[in-house]
Design a protein around this ligand. Sequence first.
Ligand code: FMN
Length: 305
Amino acid sequence: MGFKIANVELKNKLVLAPMYRVTDLAFRLLCREQGAGLCYSEMINSEALIRNNKAAQALSLSCTEDTPLAMQVFGARVESMKKAAEILCREHEFDFLDLNLGCPSDNVINQGAGSALLKRPKRIAEIISSWKCFEKPVTAKIRSDQNILHTIKLAKEIERAGASAIVIHARPVKQKNKGLVDFVAIKRVKKAVGIPVIGNGGVKNKAGFEKMLEKTGCDAVMVGTAAIGNPGIFAEILGKKPVAREQAFLNYLKLSHKFGIDSYFGRMKIHAVKFFEENKEKVLLFQKTKTLEELISIAGSNNPG
Ligand SMILES: Cc1cc2nc3c(=O)[nH]c(=O)nc-3n(C[C@H](O)[C@H](O)[C@H](O)COP(=O)(O)O)c2cc1C
């Protein structure tokens, strides 16, 4: 049921996607409890980390139970990406360094980072090479191109540069995170490289998980949107009883308090709205909250600690 990246054994084929403002340490621990076999951190800004930015540091927080973990970094400058990786390796426990090659946001693209790098295989190889000295296996998360030959060529170049696995989000950049998923692209990349390939895009349940494995032959499946506000998706896919979403949010509150994540109020609000999306009355109340205390009391717990 599992698979292996470099020398790290993964207990199953279920991977939590990197998601900005979502996959913080507290959220990852909930997903692990529900069965996720490998988790990705949200994207960490290399330049911000180097500047000692407080939020970038908080986002790169991990703990002993938060394993196996891929720490995802974005940036365009080789020097900065190397420095950021050095800081992460020095200060945090994790298993893989991941290179973000898929972010479609204008803000990131304008820095020459994320999906802007898809057109610069030489720069990608330089970044991956600069990470070799840290002796952490590297993964790279790409997007499929409308021209499948470009995708295959890029995947091979990434493998040649020394990556230990490729994640392919099988939607072109212009589709962002919605719409049709190109199973053929995943299948062709899997055939073209010798390293593990993690397929990503549109998986919402057990049937979707099984379909992606079967149709593409990928080694593992990464779940994104379907896990937001619903870490129980992993238990569901594994055929186990999932935690109720509202209960899961109370657990999230406790963990985020423990790790100081609850000081990022905007993030807490985003999570609250998502976890409670089936309870419209509470969603309206969450949208109006201005303090963490209010948010906790709406969620139904007065004691997050
Ligand atoms: C809210 C949100 C934040 C995301 N942030 C990141 C990110 O930080 N790094 C990244 O590589 N992809 C990011 N993605 C893309 C996801 O990792 C994933 O590739 C995408 O959602 C497709 O998977 P899905 O169809 O299961 O949602 C984000 C997606 C969403 C919805």
